[in-house]
Design a protein around this ligand. Structure first.
Ligand SMILES: Nc1ncnc2c1ncn2[C@@H]1O[C@H](COP(=O)(O)OP(=O)(O)OP(=O)(O)O)[C@@H](O)[C@H]1O
Ligand SMILES: [Mg+2]
Length: 256
């Protein structure tokens, strides 16, 4: 059974002028798969992640995580969410930000503290556990928010353009680090990005959405070997996938 099953999901934001954001979205994500979602601005990528994590109620279609509705998976803490803006508590240290979800659940004993510390080491911030967000760089803050999303060891990690605000070099480093974390944790990732290169480098498959209302235009396999050396971005295979994705995004495939 796939870890995530999305079937015929549609979403219309209600209001005086309803906005149809997504139409007939159907795809599956296997356990341990890394899947990216790309598509033009405003096509419904963030809406899709909100529906997958039960931050928005589904009004048509179905989302199943390990065979259960998203609302059940959220209550069982099976979903980690990393937002574009790391949204850390400014007065709390890195460690205390990472521990926050556990404190809320009153599960904040010595073993949870050790887990939070090891998560910060995992994202390369072992020496920065006592620093506040304003003492960290943008990339470091985003790494704290990734560690925070991993506190429950969620089988499903949803990431909404987590590196969109970073410079290219930091972003490339974060991509390498994210793949390391994904391999170590054996989690399943749904990753939203604007960057075709980032999507190819990270993913097993890429879901391409049309302009709003977002529909699936194509689901593209990325048959590049793993572990992936960053030099792969300069390979012929990478370039071919990039060219084909650009064609799909430009609509050549839709209009023939
Ligand atoms: N709360 C809301 N109420 C009404 N309309 C909304 C709301 N949130 C988003 N929308 C609309 O739904 C559509 C999809 O928005 P969404 O944020 O999912 O797009 P996106 O693909 O994530 O865009 P971007 O790449 O710019 O982040 C847009 O047209 C947006 O204006
Ligand atoms: Mg968005």
């Amino acid at each position: 059974m796939a870890l995530l099953e999305v079937r015929d999901v549609c979403y219309i934001y209600p209001g005086a002028q309803p906005v149809e954001a997504l139409r007939d979205i159907t795809f599956e994500v296997e356990r341990n798969e890394f899947i990216s979602v790309i598509g033009p601005s405003g096509c419904g990528k963030s809406t899709l992640l909100r529906l997958l994590s039960d931050l928005l109620p589904i009004d048509k279609g179905e989302v199943l995580i390990a065979g259960e509705p998203a609302v059940v998976a959220r209550r069982k803490r099976e979903i980690g969410f990393v937002f574009q803006d790391p949204a850390l508590m400014p007065w709390r240290s890195s460690l205390k930000n990472v521990r926050l979800p556990l404190e809320v659940l009153r599960r904040d004993g010595a073993s949870e503290k050790a887990t939070s510390e090891s998560l910060l080491r995992l994202v390369g911030l072992g020496d920065f556990t006592a620093k506040r967000p304003d003492q960290l760089s943008g990339g470091m803050r985003q790494r704290v928010s990734i560690a925070r999303a991993l506190t429950y060891d969620p089988p499903l990690l949803l990431m909404d353009e987590p590196f969109g605000a970073l410079d290219q070099i930091t972003r490339d480093e974060m991509n390498i680090e994210l793949l390391n974390i994904w391999e170590q944790k054996q989690s399943t990732v749904v990753f939203v990005t604007h960057s075709i290169g980032e999507a190819i480098y990270l993913s097993d498959r890429i879901v391409v959405l049309s302009p709003r209302p977002g529909r699936i235009v194509d689901i593209v396999d990325v048959p590049l070997p793993r572990p992936r050396d960053p030099a792969i971005k300069r390979s012929r295979e990478f370039f071919d996938i990039e060219t084909s994705l650009l064609g799909t995004l430009e609509g050549r495939r839709i209009h023939g």
